[in-house]
Design a protein around this ligand. Structure first.
Ligand code: 5GP
Ligand code: MG
Length: 181
């Protein structure tokens, strides 16, 4: 059998490290929201793996919805212009909402989402991101919960893709050849 595509790429965060950190984040979030139902809003497609693992460690009453967004142009990095390609199925009005993201980079995507989601008048709106490339920020958005701060490298795996590939990798790995823009 041939090797799984991407398994030759260098590991930045291995599956065990990620699992440990996801449990820590879940414990923190469970404490902070204790006794309150929480609506998780996963941003597709990158966040599906993280959301699945995080949700299963939350000691809270949780409901799940998804938003799918796309950047104009199919670049490795977002071009800045973002649009919704699949809206929420259910209203978030009056709810405690936690947006679940794979990675915070320039901040444009979450800045846009924050505007769209707060217009629906949730009771509260927070963000958990697995990865944070702090050095790439163009818009000063902050995540309320961060799994790992990472350097400016292009990463794949654990939900993250390169041209739709590598999402199934259990580790977060990096593609040394993708240039920063
Ligand atoms: P932002 O709008 O914060 O610049 O970008 C966030 C989006 O850009 C992420 O949700 C992701 O889709 C994409 N992105 C940014 N950095 C990376 C990366 O290193 N790897 C992958 N696969 N996507 C990235
Ligand atoms: Mg994304």
């Amino acid at each position: 059998m041939s090797e799984l595509p991407g398994s030759n790429l260098e590991v930045l965060l291995d599956a065990e490290q990620i699992a440990r950190r996801v449990r820590e984040l879940a414990a923190q979030i469970s404490t902070d929201y204790r006794g309150r139902p929480l609506r998780l809003v996963g941003i597709l497609k990158g966040a599906w793996v993280f959301l699945a693992d995080l949700a299963r460690h939350l000691n809270l009453e949780v409901t799940v919805d998804f938003l799918s967004i796309a950047s104009y142009g199919d670049n490795s990095y977002s071009s800045g212009a973002v649009r919704i390609t699949k809206d929420l199925d259910q209203s978030i009005e009056g709810l405690d909402v936690l947006v679940v993201e794979d990675i915070l980079d320039t901040g444009r995507t979450f800045h846009y989402l924050e505007g769209v989601l707060s217009a629906h008048q949730p009771n509260s709106l927070k963000l958990v991101t697995l990865l944070d490339k702090v050095s790439r920020r163009l818009i000063p958005v902050r995540a309320d919960y961060v799994g790992f701060e990472i350097p400016d490298v292009f990463v794949v795996g654990y939900g993250l893709d390169y041209h739709q590939k590598y999402r199934q990798l259990r580790d977060v790995r990096f593609l040394p050849s993708v240039p920063s823009v």
